[in-house]
Design a protein around this ligand. Structure first.
Ligand SMILES: [Zn+2]
Length: 156
């Protein structure tokens, strides 16, 4: 597949007559039940909300267990490993703030703990992407408050 030349933020702004405000990326807004997930991510740890009654893990974290409705839970440390369930390479048609990142990969990642997580697949040659490939979590500090867990191929 043809590699695209990266386009600079300044070029996008001039081309589309945009302001800095238009190019701000939306960030997750932690809720009181997801705050521990984001606090851990900031420390570069991946945690999951596990129900103390039935053991079900909800991700994204929710305010009660979606399996048994209990609100008793604990936060567990995830292994940080996953396998790629499916992916898409974005070349166009994304909101302006993401233009400078094109092309980039979105993936659905199956965690051995149970949940399926959606995030970016990074540090990966597009030709090497394959469903079922082994991944490991990496952390992207995108702002002072928010760190995003992303995934890259396990280096063999
Ligand atoms: Zn439960």
């Amino acid at each position: 597949m043809k590699k695209h030349e990266p386009i600079s933020i300044e070029t996008i702004k001039a081309m589309m007559n945009l302001t800095d405000e238009d190019l701000k990326k939306p960030l997750p807004k932690p809720t009181k039940w997801s705050q521990p997930f984001w606090d851990a991510a900031k420390e570069h740890r991946l945690v999951l909300r596990k129900c103390s009654k039935c053991g079900f893990i909800d991700h994204p974290p929710y305010l009660y267990c979606t399996n048994c409705h209990s609100d008793e839970h604990q936060w567990i440390e995830a292994s940080g490993k996953g396998t790629l369930f499916a992916y898409a390479i974005n070349y166009f048609g994304v909101p302006f703030p993401f233009w400078a990142d094109l092309p980039y990969v979105l993936g659905m990642v199956d965690l051995p703990e149970g949940p399926r997580m959606i995030s970016n697949i990074v540090e990966c040659d597009f030709d090497k992407l394959a469903n079922g490939m082994e991944l490991e979590v990496v952390f992207d500090d995108v702002s002072e408050e928010i760190t995003l867990p992303k995934w890259r191929p396990v280096k063999k």
